[in-house]
Design a protein around this ligand. Structure first.
Ligand SMILES: Cc1cc2nc3c(=O)[nH]c(=O)nc-3n(C[C@H](O)[C@H](O)[C@H](O)COP(=O)(O)OP(=O)(O)OC[C@H]3O[C@@H](n4cnc5c(N)ncnc54)[C@H](O)[C@@H]3O)c2cc1C
Length: 310
């Protein structure tokens, strides 16, 4: 029996007793507040552990009671269904997990640090190698799990080591070479939590780094909508970009409820205001069906979908 389904309030109290007073714990927290697409029903329990000890205690609590948990970054690659998440959503957003430290040409960044903050801090210290993180609206934990990339580079190109915690609450440091990564995925982090990473950068004049970041930024905003979204919806098929395919089929601006395919970029679904996860998921299915019917191409989702229907 899942304890959170039986009695979320009791389980939230049990968790509160396990963690330090600095941890943040909320019940029935709307996930729409924690996703860039701004949709998603409530999580039974939402918790921001203050430190690794808290995180370990939460994992132990969930394990002992058989309760589901989900590790949330900044929710920029995520659709949470309208019924919300049954279990505990753990978010490493506390200051302890968001630290960014410079040590020579290395940057140690916590999983909760914003990707943009790491890029900006690197630039400030004349360190090149993570400029591409500038426009990605996620956390370092999300960047590691997704091997996020842009402008011809990806996260693990710059990673030297990753600090991880297993689901028994034991932390250790792994070298880059010990982690198998592929396009937009680090499978190891499907069963481990990233606590932070060390990035190896190279020294460069600040102006050069700044110039590059400006070019990246302009390029991004020329092609990307500003409205709330979850980034690219679909992985690119081997033969054609998903955005171009959707454009060629005249599917831009297709709408269901408050969810719409962006006019600026065919692979972006935007929330025009008031979209539900149901609108979003129906629109995704509509696109997949039309692309399959008209081009025989199967589109695979890049965004993760969690939670229960309303
Ligand atoms: C406007 C926009 C532009 C985008 N542009 C890009 C782009 O250029 N390139 C790109 O690659 N992506 C892009 N994305 C997608 C998204 O920002 C990235 O995938 C990002 O790395 C996700 O980070 P997050 O913290 O938001 O993760 P979330 O969406 O919160 O979570 C994503 C996955 O990572 C897991 N996760 C999060 N933190 C941890 C952790 N500490 N340990 C283990 N697993 C964890 C979650 O469980 C989930 O499975 C874009 C999104 C938007 C909205």
């Amino acid at each position: 029996m899942n304890a959170t389904l039986e009695n979320p309030a009791t389980f939230a109290d049990e968790l509160a007793a396990l963690v330090s007073p600095a941890a943040i714990l909320k019940r029935a927290e709307p996930m729409a507040k924690h996703t860039t697409l701004r949709v998603g029903g409530p999580a039974d329990v939402y918790i921001e552990p203050a430190n690794e000890k808290d995180l370990s205690a939460i994992l132990k609590g969930c394990r002992e009671r058989g309760v589901n948990f989900f590790i949330l970054g900044r929710g920029s690659n995520l659709v949470v269904r309208d019924g919300g998440f049954r279990g505990v959503v753990i978010c490493l957003a506390s200051p302890e997990f968001a630290r960014i430290e410079i040590d020579g040409t290395r940057i140690r960044a916590g999983a909760g640090a914003k990707q943009k903050s790491v890029a900006v801090e690197a630039k400030r210290n004349g360190l090149s190698g993570v400029e591409f993180l500038e426009g990605i609206p996620g956390s370092i934990g999300g960047a590691l799990r997704m091997n996020a990339g842009a402008m011809g580079s990806e996260t693990f190109n710059a990673v030297e080591s990753v600090r991880v915690m297993d689901y028994f609450g034991v932390a250790r440091e792994l070298k880059r070479s010990e982690m198998a990564v592929e396009y937009r995925c680090c499978a190891f982090l499907k069963s481990h939590i990233a606590l932070g990473a060390v990035f190896q950068c190279s020294p460069q004049p600040r102006e050069e780094i700044e110039k590059r970041m400006k070019i990246y930024n302009e390029k991004r905003w020329r092609s990307q909508p500003a409205a709330p979204s979850a980034g690219c919806l679909f992985k690119n098929p081997s033969t054609i970009g998903a955005g171009r395919l959707i454009d060629e089929l005249g599917l831009k601006n297709t709408k269901i409820g408050g969810a719409r395919i962006s006019q600026e970029h065919g692979n972006f679904l935007v929330n025009d205001g008031g979209a539900t996860a149901k609108d979003v998921l129906e629109l995704i299915e509509l696109l997949r069906a039309k692309v399959m019917a008209e081009r025989g191409v199967e589109l695979h989702s890049e965004v993760e979908v969690i939670g229960e229907p309303a």
